[in-house]
Design a protein around this ligand. Structure first.
Ligand SMILES: [Fe+2]
Ligand SMILES: [Fe+2]
Length: 168
């Protein structure tokens, strides 16, 4: 793939991926306003943008998606980097600006990404080899547990029923 086209595909992908989430938020807003028909429209177009994003990602698949060992290592490095670099900086800025809600989100994301990195690390060292039957993902902060959560999320304190189970 030539350079300009590759760049354009990546930009288009980012735009479509953002649109997906933005339109779902618009749908939610429309629902709150009792605009059922418009909520449906936003949801349908969100789904279409998801299709676009997936299709564009497929065009650059060989750049983005490698073999599983490499994908695992890349995912570990990314998690480590965002939890050690990006989120601590975002947190610092939010605290300096007195943005407490954002500061909480960033600090929990920083912690959770660190846990994600640990899960990948464990997988890299083969410690999980199909021993995990299901993962449980906190729908508030994104904490991922490899066992059922006993009471509440260790990062954000959300109750057990806020966890979504991801199994095979
Ligand atoms: Fe993560
Ligand atoms: Fe949580």
């Amino acid at each position: 793939m030539k350079q300009k086209t590759t760049e354009n595909i990546f930009n288009a992908f980012i735009g479509e991926a953002k649109a997906y989430f933005r339109l779902l938020a618009y749908a939610e807003q429309a629902t709150t306003e009792g605009e059922v028909q418009l909520a449906l429209l936003f949801k349908a177009i969100a789904e279409a943008e998801r299709v676009h994003a997936t299709r564009q990602l497929n065009l650059v698949k060989e750049i983005v998606v490698k073999d599983t060992d490499t994908n695992l290592e890349n995912s570990f490095q990314r998690e480590k980097s965002i939890s050690e670099n990006a989120y601590p900086e975002f947190l610092k800025d939010a605290e300096e600006e007195g943005e407490t809600a954002a500061a909480l989100v960033f600090s929990q994301a920083r912690d959770v990404e660190g846990f994600h990195a640990k899960l990948y690390e464990r997988a890299i060292y083969n410690a999980i080899k199909m021993k995990v039957k299901a993962y449980h993902v906190c729908q508030v902060c994104g904490y991922v547990a490899d066992k059922e959560v006993r009471k509440e999320c260790p990062v954000c304190g959300a109750p057990k029923d806020k966890f979504k189970t991801i199994d095979v």
